[in-house]
Design a protein around this ligand. Structure first.
Ligand code: SF4
Length: 147
């Protein structure tokens, strides 16, 4: 299953903020994040707004202000984040411009839905903190400092 770009970006933003700690890079701005991840500012801003809405990060104002993870952001389930960004859509577009004639009684459709849910469920026990454990976290921090 291929994730949406916004889902991947959301996870990368969370990972980047999870390794920041008390370093000088602790509170990058949305513009910093967009530049570091080479995505349009508007795309990054939309993802950051959604993560903020979910209570996973906060935007600190003033001198030295920027984005920081909340306590909930550190312990957030990767599965929850992926579900939120992927939405409820089917893996296959059965209802597209030319709806599939099998769609009212298709066993494959049900099987794909279950497979999708199993994919999400496998990510449920994994937290944001888990995915920045060594060796990922130190490498990510090194890249952020070099950027
Ligand atoms: S065969 Fe089934 S899963 Fe595939 S498009 Fe048709 S209804 Fe959807």
């Amino acid at each position: 299953m291929r994730l949406l770009r916004s889902t991947d970006l959301a996870l990368r933003v969370l990972m980047r903020l999870a390794v920041a700690g008390d370093t000088p890079e602790a509170t990058p701005t949305t513009r910093d994040v967009a530049a570091a991840m080479e995505v349009p500012y508007t795309h990054a801003a939309k993802v950051v707004a959604e993560l903020q809405h979910m209570g996973l990060l906060e935007a600190r104002r003033g001198r030295g202000g920027g984005l920081a993870l909340t306590a909930g952001g550190r312990t957030a389930s990767v599965g929850t984040v992926v579900r939120a960004f992927e939405g409820d859509g089917d893996v296959v577009d059965c209802e597209g411009a030319t709806p599939c004639p099998l769609r009212s009684a298709c066993r494959l459709r049900g099987a794909l839905r279950r497979a999708r849910e199993a994919f999400f469920a496998s990510l449920d026990p994994i937290t944001v903190t888990d995915i920045v454990a060594e060796p990922t976290g130190p490498l990510l921090l090194g890249i952020a400092r070099a950027g």
